[in-house]
Design a protein around this ligand. Structure first.
Ligand SMILES: Cc1cc2nc3c(=O)[nH]c(=O)nc-3n(C[C@H](O)[C@H](O)[C@H](O)COP(=O)(O)O)c2cc1C
Length: 366
């Protein structure tokens, strides 16, 4: 039954060994100061290189793009060098790895962005959303986000240029490609979703207008590194970080059609996040399949049976297993042999060092 997950698949010019994806997971262990990927992270990803594709954790494209303390960036020479260690280690183990490029928009606090006011599509505060700060004087911890200011056309042009440069930096760092983080309530999502965008210019209002920023960012990155190295992550139905669309089926089917026209190499749909797990209607998945001809990845509470089923049903091409990859570095082998899966420790997900990152063993038969 699970063999569907082990059919090889082509992703642009990459021949992937299987259809199992390690989706992006923030682990907040970048070296300080400077938010630099490090040897510990290289070993963590190398341990998981038997995934057909790794999408590395959300990585800010600029200082303003950072939402949480200790997450890695990809805009300084030191950060690029840090990521090179990671990509070299994954490639040495025959893995493939994309970078997830991240701008959080309004989901941040001035303490994470040099004292500035956050930016978003609109001057709308995300309600009941907290981010993690480490300001050097108080104990690190969670605080409420603040009201952002609406981006001007100059801001929009500048952020598009940052995405473009980050894509180039990712290739310089040895990544096989990049995933635009347009999901989970961060900046691109703040343009797409109707309830987070009250602009009256060409970036707000109609679906076409709300998708304009997404399209311009993707086009800039494609111009820089080629469509076969650009994937996009969307989260149509979740309300993570307070971002909601009034008509998600219409909006996200149109997004899939736009990304098809642009020719991105994959579409990665986050179906759930944490406990926020709305149903993704089958009719929507069929509409996405019709609208978009590239590789489709789904993630969110999959087990091997359900993942294989989605591929056999023709709705998905690859499946992301998030939390399972944290405690099971050899997850593809466990799926192939039907070995049991270990549970991760929630206390060591974010921050800290090797514990909870590197010390989950491969399965051993007793
Ligand atoms: C610790 C943790 C960190 C995460 N960080 C990110 C992230 O940086 N970017 C992202 O798009 N999704 C992130 N996610 C969501 C996962 O990619 C995935 O969609 C989610 O965990 C659901 O899949 P699962 O049920 O298999 O874990 C994170 C999830 C976890 C558990």
């Amino acid at each position: 039954m699970t063999h569907a997950l082990f059919q090889p698949i082509q992703l642009g010019s990459l021949s992937l060994a299987n259809r199992i994806v390690m989706p992006p997971m923030t682990r907040s262990r970048a070296s300080q100061p400077g938010n630099v990927a490090n040897d510990m992270m290289a070993e963590y990803y190398a341990q998981r290189a038997s995934a057909g594709l790794i999408v590395a954790e959300g990585t800010q494209i600029s200082p303003m793009g950072q939402g949480y303390a200790w997450t890695p960036g990809i805009y300084t020479p030191e950060q690029i060098a840090g990521w090179k260690k990671v990509t070299d280690a994954v490639h040495a183990n025959d893995g493939a790895i994309f970078a997830q490029l991240w701008h959080v928009g309004r989901v941040t606090h001035p303490d994470n962005i040099g004292g500035a006011q956050p930016i978003s599509s609109s001057a709308l505060k995300a309600e009941n959303v907290k981010v993690f700060i480490d300001n050097g004087s108080d104990a690190p911890g969670f605080v409420d986000v603040v009201e952002p200011r609406a981006m001007t056309q100059d801001d929009i042009n500048a952020v598009i240029a940052e995405y473009r440069q980050a894509a180039l930096n990712a290739i310089e760092a040895g990544f096989d490609g990049i995933e635009l983080h347009a999901a989970n309530g961060y900046l691109v999502n703040q343009f797409i979703d109707s309830e987070a965008n009250n602009r009256t210019d060409e970036y707000g209002g109609s679906v076409e207008n709300r998708l304009r920023f997404l399209g311009e960012v993707v086009q800039a990155m494609i111009d820089a590194i080629g469509a076969e190295r650009v994937g996009v992550r969307l989260a149509p139905f979740t309300s993570l970080n307070g971002t909601v669309d009034a008509n998600p089926i219409e909006t996200y089917t149109a997004a899939a059609a736009l990304l098809n026209t642009l020719g991105v190499v994959y579409l990665h749909i986050a179906e759930v996040d944490w406990d926020d797990a709305p149903d993704t209607p089958v009719a929507f998945k069929q509409a996405v399949r019709e609208a978009y001809q590239g590789v489709i990845i789904y993630a969110g509470r999959y087990d091997s049976e359900k993942g294989a089923q989605a591929i056999n049903d023709g709705l998905a091409d690859m499946i992301g297993f998030g939390r399972p990859f944290i405690a099971n570095p050899d997850l593809p082998r466990r799926i192939a042999h039907n070995y049991p899966w270990a549970e991760h420790d929630p206390a060591t997900l974010f921050g800290g060092a090797e514990k909870g990152l590197l010390d989950y063993p491969a399965y051993q038969k007793s």
